[in-house]
Design a binder for this molecule. Structure first.
Ligand code: FAD
Length: 295
């Protein structure tokens, strides 16, 4: 039996992540994200990517370069080598959006088994905004403050009333919990354990930390990205920000339009000057050439 061990094969523990385990990071008024466990790090991603030619981890710079390359070229499977398990508490209307991400493993609190806590989400006054005209799924400017206060009070009263009835049905009528719960509002908090690999987590963040996503799920996605992923896999986080979150894609029609707006001579000169370039610069020249060809 031959055993080959390298440092990259040892179970990885990251000091800042160890410190974070168990800590509730507050989101919204009563929600949280809590790190339960994690597997792998940036080195695990490069180790998996290099398996084809048997080389282990190289220098930090080479590793970061390889992660950039993988992210840029959508070579996604090495990112699946890292996994994370979170305990999340969110309002039901956010859980409904969250659970659309099918590539995670989930175990949610059961309203059939447990009595649900009297906890519901109450938006801040400044979040009570009018329907957006441009984005049919979004909100616009804040409602007049006086009216916003009344609406907030109504939301609170409604939640209190339904929870009072819920308690009555459970405690005085002994109505089954699975039926008593059906009157509770969508703002009621639920909890789940959520385990996902890094590739699919980044996909989740890319969809839910964008301005067109609902503000409340954006808050969760932002906490996960900035307070967990960034310290867990910093090179992957940087690559993700650069090549996904801060990148822009143009359609064929848009590229043709764009090529009309830009100085073609300057672009051709740039391509010519970098004709021997390698890596990212070469890829940029190829993209610029493709745009010129669209005219
Ligand atoms: C801003 C916003 C608005 C939205 N509005 C609505 C709405 O109005 N109504 C609504 O119903 N949904 C809505 N959604 C949900 C959306 O349509 C997706 O279901 C959700 O974002 C999950 O995306 P996903 O399928 O890529 O992710 P995941 O389920 O995590 O899947 C990741 C990837 O795995 C692959 N995959 C997973 N499962 C399958 C499968 N069964 N077959 C083939 N490929 C699969 C796909 O490539 C997919 O992209 C909205 C999402 C966003 C971000």
């Amino acid at each position: 039996m031959i055993k080959i061990m390298s440092d990259a094969m040892k179970s990885v523990r990251i000091a800042a992540m160890e410190e974070l385990i168990g800590t509730e990071i507050k989101v919204l008024d009563k929600g949280f994200v809590r790190l339960i466990d994690y597997m792998g790090d940036d080195a695990a991603i490069v180790q998996a990517a290099r398996v084809s030619y048997g080389a282990g981890t190289k220098t930090v710079n080479e590793d970061a370069g390889l992660i950039n390359y993988l992210m840029r070229h959508r070579h996604t499977s090495p990112f699946e080598m890292c996994e994370i398990k979170l305990h999340v508490k969110m309002p039901i209307f956010i859980a409904r959006q969250w659970l659309r991400h099918r590539t995670a493993n989930v175990n949610e609190l059961s309203g059939r088994y447990s009595v649900i806590n009297n906890e519901s989400y109450l938006p801040e006054i400044e979040e009570l905004c009018v329907q957006s005209k441009g984005n049919k799924q979004g909100r616009d400017v804040q409602i007049a403050e006086e009216r916003a206060k009344q609406i907030q009070q109504y939301m609170q009263d409604h939640a209190n009333e339904t929870f009072e009835q819920y308690d009555n049905m459970i405690n005085n009528d002994n109505l089954a919990r699975e039926l008593s719960r059906i009157t509770l509002p969508q703002s009621t908090y639920t909890e789940m354990y959520w385990k996902i690999d890094l590739h699919n987590l980044l996909h989740f963040i890319s969809l839910r930390n964008k301005p067109n996503a609902q503000k409340e799920i954006r808050d969760f996605a932002d906490v996960i990205a900035e307070q967990i992923v960034k310290i867990w896999v910093p090179h992957s986080y940087n690559a993700f920000m650069n090549y996904k979150m801060n990148a822009v894609t143009f359609s064929g029609v848009e590229m043709a339009e764009l090529s009309q707006l830009l100085d073609k001579e300057k672009i051709s000169a740039f391509i010519e000057a970098n004709s021997k370039a390698k890596g990212e610069l070469r890829e940029m020249c190829e993209k610029l050439q493709a745009m010129l060809n669209k005219q």
